[in-house]
Write a protein that binds this ligand. Structure first.
Ligand SMILES: [Zn+2]
Length: 197
């Protein structure tokens, strides 16, 4: 399978924890090759593109050989998606999913693989040296985001299900991006109109 080529369109979530949940092609009617994170290299490249890792750190992540690593990344992502998707729909998150995030983050800190930062900034609750600590890092970042992100501004794109923080002034952003989903929706509506009249 070829590497995912990350572009700015993959990073429209408004927060890296939200972008992480969007590392699948779509949340609605996915097919077999729906996942955008298929190898440690995809993860390493994602970290670098997201500005969360240096090139050296990204290379170290890419070199992870643990056969369970991708499963852990994907499980964590699905737990994180479950939490933020619920928040976006104004529902309480599933305790199990929230538990996964807190548990993985806690393990990172208690094993000292993850260290708190001296000063806090969004998505910078912790930092890591050991590339395997990125599971804990992603978990800690997601825990932090689930607390600090404004819930009333969390949205799910009605077309693809990607999540985002609506930072528009009026709070009326509907699509993950006008280019990828807004226009397609318009195009398909237009097509339907043409087909049936
Ligand atoms: Zn969309």
């Amino acid at each position: 399978m070829s590497d995912t080529v990350w572009t700015p369109e993959h990073f429209i979530g408004g927060h890296p924890a939200i972008d992480f949940t969007n590392t699948v092609f779509t949340r609605h009617m996915p097919d077999d090759d729906n996942d955008l994170l298929n190898s440690p290299r995809d993860v390493g490249n994602w970290f670098q593109f997201a500005g969360l890792a240096t090139e050296g750190q990204a290379d170290a992540i890419s070199g992870i050989l643990d056969p369970f690593f991708m499963k852990c990344v994907q499980e964590l992502r699905e737990a994180s998606f479950s939490v933020f998707d619920a928040l976006a729909a104004d529902n309480p998150p599933a305790p199990d999913a929230l538990g996964v995030l807190f548990d993985k983050a806690a393990k990172g800190f208690s094993t000292h693989r993850l260290r708190p930062r001296r000063t806090y900034a969004a998505s910078e609750i912790a930092h890591f040296d050991d590339p395997k600590a990125i599971i804990a890092f992603l978990a800690a970042m997601s825990v932090e985001a689930s607390i600090v992100l404004p819930r009333q501004r969390l949205r799910a794109c009605p077309r693809c299900g990607w999540l985002f923080v609506d930072t528009s002034r009026g709070g009326r952003r509907r699509w993950c991006s006008m280019q990828t989903c807004g226009n397609r929706e318009k195009a398909s509506r237009h097509r339907v109109r043409v087909d049936f009249t």
